[in-house]
Design a protein. Structure first.
Length: 277
């Protein structure tokens, strides 16, 4: 078995960029401790590469070319694309895994149509997770994008199928591979409702996620998600893909809605990878 870790985490830019403005420092530090535990779990798994499933917020793709899925197969990446002083993450080079990325892509293509890219600028959707999970930027990264921003959005059942394809591909290579899905939960970025968090909606989704309740997870319509989780809630696709890749029951290791300065319900979790279907 080559998939050795599967998890999820939030990637809101405020997690790093607004840390100094956070009034609830105890809760902030508890989040950071959970993220550090996730880092340790990934390191303990022996992972030789990390797949980061994210939404790239129009940093690389726009409406003239918006793939439902894209996999990075570059030698090296750079990020953040945003102002480093704003995000409070220095701009840096991040190693890729081109050979492994190509082999995974070939296998995934057997069941899911995907785009691929050798050039990719990382925004906060990747850089915030990497800041905590591989702070020395010494673990090769394979970035993956699911279209969560430009309608028509990638259907949820296709995100699940994509996660299953990632699992099959990872299990077909000799390298040890970790995967994380990163994004929402409920949030309303760049709107008058920015900072709003729908905790009941978040918790219902996370409950479905850890139980691997496929039918319930795939039952959300985009209209319902937009109403209850904001446009940022469309990023549940990355969590769904990670759950499908992991295959086993999940555990939410951290969740809170008590850090509104981060403008999202923040989450850290993982899935068992030894019980995949």
């Amino acid at each position: 078995m080559s998939l050795v870790y599967a998890g999820v985490l939030s990637h809101a830019p405020g997690i790093t960029g607004r840390a100094d403005l956070c009034e609830n420092t105890a809760m902030r530090d508890a989040l950071y401790a959970a993220l550090d535990r996730q880092r340790q779990d990934i390191e303990a798994s022996g992972a030789e590469a990390l797949i980061v499933i994210a939404a790239e917020h129009f940093a690389n793709f726009f409406m003239n070319n918006m793939p439902a899925f894209c996999i990075g197969i570059g030698e090296q990446y750079e990020g953040p694309i945003e102002d480093p002083d704003w995000l409070k993450i220095p701009r840096t080079k991040v190693p890729g895994a081109p050979d492994l990325g190509q082999r995974l892509t070939r296998e995934i293509m057997q069941t899911v149509d995907v785009a691929y890219a050798e050039e990719w600028k990382f925004d906060h959707g990747v850089m915030v997770p990497l800041h905590f999970l591989t702070p020395q930027y010494d673990l090769p990264i394979i970035p993956v994008n699911i279209n969560c921003q430009g309608p028509p959005l990638t259907p949820l059942h296709r995100a699940w199928a994509f996660g299953e394809a990632i699992r099959r591909a990872a299990d077909a290579v000799p390298e040890k591979v970790a995967v994380v899905g990163t994004g929402g939960l409920s949030h309303w970025p760049a709107t008058p409702d920015s900072g709003k968090i729908n905790e009941p909606w978040d918790r219902e989704f996370l409950d479905r996620l850890v139980r691997q309740d496929k039918e319930a997870l795939l039952s959300y319509s985009d209209e319902e998600t937009y109403r209850d989780g904001g446009q940022g809630g469309f990023e549940i696709r990355t969590y769904i893909a990670a759950a499908a890749a992991g295959g086993g029951p999940g555990e939410i290791q951290f969740y809170t809605s008590e850090l509104p300065i981060f403008a999202v319900g923040v989450c850290v979790g993982r899935f068992a990878v030894d019980q995949a279907a």
